[in-house]
Design a protein around this ligand. Sequence first.
Ligand SMILES: Cc1cc2nc3c(=O)[nH]c(=O)nc-3n(C[C@H](O)[C@H](O)[C@H](O)COP(=O)(O)OP(=O)(O)OC[C@H]3O[C@@H](n4cnc5c(N)ncnc54)[C@H](O)[C@@H]3O)c2cc1C
Length: 378
Amino acid sequence: MSGRVVVLGAGFGGLELSTMLSERSGGEIEVTLIDKGDAFVFGFSKLDLMFGNETADAVRMPYAEIAKPGVRVLRETVTAIDPETRQVTTDAGTHEADALVVALGADYDFDATPGLLEGGNEFYSVAGAERLAEVIPTFSQGHAVIGVAGAPFKCPPAPSECALLLDEELRSRGVRDACRISFVIPLPTPVPPSPEASAALEGEFAERGIELIAGRRVNALDPERSVALLDDGSELPFDLFLGVPKHRAAEVVIAGGMTEDGYVPVDPATLETRFPGVYAVGDVATAGVPKAGVFAEGAARVVAQALLAKFAGGEAPGRHLGQGTCYIEFGSGRVGSVDIDFLSGPSRTGSFNAPSAERVAEKERFGSSRRARWFASE
Ligand SMILES: Cc1cc2nc3c(=O)[nH]c(=O)nc-3n(C[C@H](O)[C@H](O)[C@H](O)COP(=O)(O)OP(=O)(O)OC[C@H]3O[C@@H](n4cnc5c(N)ncnc54)[C@H](O)[C@@H]3O)c2cc1C
């Protein structure tokens, strides 16, 4: 039995999977990790970038720094996936796999929200966050709208964090009284799995004068009139629009015939697709967990165990439990968190930990430990 594993996408899922396969098989399993980019950036770094707290150079982790036994990192763009034969085509050639792991994340469907890029801004890509670092300091009066264009979207607390961090930024410049902030989210509450986290966020919004418009989606922007059009037909005029675009799997995954309703269906316990030897982890999959790095990583560990058992005689894999901690920036250096447990028991739970200094240190360790594990040379 060979052990050629091809991993598509070097994000949270692909990086953890490749690291674990290398570490546990001592390089015996041949891993090809393919990504179109040249560096990894944490999702939460986009908030740091847009509010000018970090530079793009500081948050980039170049793939060229990865040196793990058995792992080959290729900078190529995946152009076709044949899940039946496990053959992948890229702009540089073809790759055959004994096991194929699709970890291409969720892509943004900007066209689904007409006017979003012409009339507003998005903060979910590095480029969008960098552009906003120039725009936000020039906003000193008027109406700022933070608007989400569809669910599911990555990291459910992120737009709430954006609203609180914008409030903090405007206060620090002494212009908050000249500004109004509204926050439009298609979910019924800011973080539905955790009523306590939602209540804490709603309390902060009320205290800071941020208007929450829950259960509403932004359908389009009218750039001529600087107006956001919501899904109930109402209009919201804005001077600054900070948007979360609609998400879906990358075009190449959809074209490969692997998706249903925009994402790849998998067995939530094993992350296997309906194609033998083909797995999907992270945001690209419908796996019964929120779209967040911590779950992509947990899913990758389960698949790594399965592949180690198959190709290197490792222990039989456990099942994906859908557990992980999501950190929430409350502004003014305060960080809270939600401990999510979606698949281990009969019901989904999300317990809230109030902002504290301990949480700030935990979030810091969350980032630095991943950076060291995935990028430091062994
Ligand atoms: C503002 C914001 C804040 C966030 N905060 C948090 C947080 O605090 N905690 C948390 O856990 N998560 C957070 N997230 C979510 C997190 O970033 C994602 O859920 C996570 O990155 C998903 O991991 P993944 O491996 O599925 O995909 P990704 O990390 O998105 O990786 C996918 C990779 O595939 C590559 N790719 C795509 N298409 C192709 C192609 N055709 N060819 C080659 N390569 C391709 C991409 O370049 C990318 O590197 C946040 C996200 C945002 C936007």
